[in-house]
Design a protein around this ligand. Sequence first.
Ligand code: CP
Ligand code: NVA
Length: 300
Amino acid sequence: MNHLLKLSDLTGEEILDILNLADQLKYEQHNGIPHPHLAGKTLGMIFTKSSTRTRVSFEVGMYQLGGQALFLSGNDIQLGRGEPIRDTARVLSRYLDGIMIRTFKQSDVEELAEYGSIPIINGLTDFCHPCQVLADLMTIREKKGSFKDLKLCFIGDGNNMANSLIAGCIRLGIQVAIGCPDDYRPDEGVMAEGFAAGLLTVTSDIFAAAKDADVIYTDVWASMGQEGEAAERQKVFANYQVNAELMAVAKPDAMVLHCLPAHRGEEITDEVLEAHADEIFEEAENRLHAQKAVMVRLMA
Ligand code: CP
Ligand code: NVA
């Protein structure tokens, strides 16, 4: 593993290795055991979209690993004024030990990896969000004990989260059911892989998708960059909500996950979010541990 550009670049074994290390780092952090695997190293963090969790967890994670992180706003570095990605990649590779990038186009992340000579970590694109799903899988295993015989249901837009959840879950043998409007299905290539594995169903019937699910997952109706479509999406997704009625068809002990930020009253009710707040905020915490494991594997 040289980069984390998308989850489908990893095997199931590589994902499990990251999750096992993440569990260990979480234990060490909670018990005050130092783990300076990246002493003296620097991570650059390029953001051309907003962030709370990704920014803070990478920056704190680097500090806890003995290194440091630099926040590079897309507006402030020359990239925002048109300096090519390929030049940015070659320059930053001479200063840094790794780059985390959050941006729009997946192809920009791939180009950074192609022209740079240091590990590149995808901190979200329009196509995928691999770091989030590593934290999600960590949280699922913590609560359920293993990945055996599990069904995860995603309700909402077939977006970056849906794509990465499919890629991650099928590598660990987890069944995935996507409940989304017909015009908002996940990426064709990602779905093809899920269908070929015999682990994916995609339907516009959210109750069929959620039936007997062990994990219910949702995300915002309008992602970053889709603000102009927000009004139309409110109408299209009006019935794609995780609420008490939907939870009633899932397994009685089903957990609820949300990558956050959440829009209460849209994709999830306040009632369901608060009833599952322990799981959802543990999931947010696990971003820190899972990403530290990724950085150790890529940069140590
Ligand atoms: N879930 C997630 O990536 O959150 P941020 O947008 O706050 O980083
Ligand atoms: N789908 C959302 C995820 C945010 C973490 C977005 O891209 O804005």
